[in-house]
Design a protein around this ligand. Structure first.
Ligand code: C2E
Ligand code: CA
Ligand code: CA
Length: 395
């Protein structure tokens, strides 16, 4: 997003259920030097949303989508973007929406009453060009040097409920239907936006905060499952466990209680353990893993191919699923060695009676490759990014 002069083109996101309208608003923005993206549904919007947006064009009247809920989403995410509210409704609706947005701490650059003339649209882009870059003063400096949180900050975030689960869909390879969701932790910081787990899981493990973190993520994810079941959905989820959790001999009982007390069933829940974690203390892990399996939880070996588990350990381990690490999927079509690892992992998983999942699938070519190899499930940006529960669709 830089032009020839090296200056950054301000990013703008457009949400309208009418694609023609999206294209029109995007074309004018592109001509005026913005980097526009558009989408016609909330799911894509939630995925493309980022903290550094300069402006958001938001249609308030979309079938099956509630502009007001989107305003709430932006408020919850402390969006610094300047909003342009669009609607064919009368001006009172637009005014009410503007007040609501401002009440939630959002900035409103203006409203567009449909149908509008291009000059009005261009005038709003002029306003977006003139306002300060929202991330520059507040966030940019800190974002530029990757944020390194400390234990006190993470402790406070946990206490304030800022660490929450996102859900990434797992798809059947044959029918491309959603089979489940992997729960991935996100720290939603009011100033910094979304912080990924790579920036705080190792810290939590080092500082003795991982139990609390795991606990809150699991509780929130299970509460969400109960809510989904209330809507007639039969959710299946996968939870990531830290190697440290496997040292807790009470884990199987504690987890089972969390699950059954919400009217849920352990056979709808898979626990993902990385191959490297498994190797760190195989005997102790095996104790806990076996007892989890006896309580009918699914068990998945995550990031398979990055550790050095022996065939014997795999053969005797109680695993139900093998996830081929995304690094091998990424390189398999350009590097013989990676393809060989993917192929043999799939075969090994199948020979030992496990379901095989390919993760990090980003292209149709990779999808075709794993289909040919017989993987059962796929996960990756091609099919769906991690997203908050409100934006997750089971069908
Ligand atoms: P993971 O379990 O291997 O999770 C998959 C990671 O790959 C996620 O990163 C996901 O966002 C990302 N990803 C998914 N599809 C694609 C794709 O197509 N391309 C690319 N390039 N990446 C993709 P994320 O969310 O940053 O998580 C990183 C790691 O943090 C996870 O790796 C997992 O090991 C750990 N983690 C996440 N949530 C938790 C948690 O609640 N507890 C524990 N203990 N660990 C967690
Ligand atoms: Ca995982
Ligand atoms: Ca993985």
């Amino acid at each position: 997003m830089t032009d020839n002069a090296g200056t950054r083109r301000p990013p703008v996101l457009i949400l309208d259920d009418e694609r023609d309208m999206c294209e029109l608003v995007a074309d004018v923005g592109d001509d005026m030097g913005f980097a526009t993206q558009w989408c016609d549904n909330f799911e894509d919007f939630a995925c493309r949303y980022s903290i550094d947006l300069r402006g958001i064009f938001l249609d308030l009247a979309m079938p099956g989508m509630d502009g007001i809920e989107i305003i709430r989403f932006l408020g919850d995410n402390n969006s610094a973007a300047h909003l342009v509210l669009m609607s064919g409704h009368d001006v009172h609706v637009l005014d009410a929406a503007r007040r609501l947005a401002e009440g939630r701490g959002l900035k409103v650059a203006g409203v567009l009453h449909k149908p509008f003339v291009l000059a009005d649209l261009a005038a709003l882009y002029d306003i977006l060009a003139a306002v300060d870059d929202p991330i520059r003063p507040a966030v940019a400096e800190r974002a530029a040097s990757r944020y390194v949180p400390d234990a006190a900050a993470l402790d406070a975030a946990l206490a304030q409920g800022h660490v929450t689960p996102y859900f990434q869909p797992k798809f059947g390879v044959a029918d491309r239907m959603v089979k489940g969701a992997e729960v991935l932790a996100r720290w939603i910081d009011p100033d910094r936006g979304i912080i990924g787990p790579d920036q705080f899981i190792p810290l939590a493990e080092k500082e003795g905060l991982i139990e609390r973190l795991t606990g809150t993520i699991i509780d929130q994810a299970l509460d969400q499952c109960r809510a989904w079941r209330g809507q007639g959905i039969q959710p299946r989820i996968a939870l990531n466990l830290s190697p440290l959790s496997l040292r807790n001999l009470d884990l199987p009982e504690v987890l089972l209680r969390k699950v059954t007390s919400r009217g849920l069933f352990p056979d709808t829940i898979t626990l993902e353990i990385t191959e490297t974690a498994l190797m760190s203390d195989y005997t102790a892990s095996l104790d806990v893993l076996t007892r989890l399996r006896m309580r009918r939880f699914g068990l998945s070996i995550d990031d398979f191919g990055t550790g050095y588990s022996s065939l014997k350990q795999l053969q005797h381990g109680p695993f139900t699923e093998l996830k081929v690490d995304q690094a091998f999927i990424a390189k398999a079509l350009v590097e013989e060695g990676s393809l060989a690892i993917v192929e043999s992992s799939v075969q090994l998983g199948h020979r030992l009676g496990m379901k095989v999942v390919a993760e990090g699938v980003e292209t149709e070519a990779q999808m075709a490759m794993i289909t040919g190899l017989g993987c059962e499930e796929a996960q990756g940006y091609l099919l769906g990014r991690p997203r908050p529960a409100e934006a997750f669709e089971w069908e």
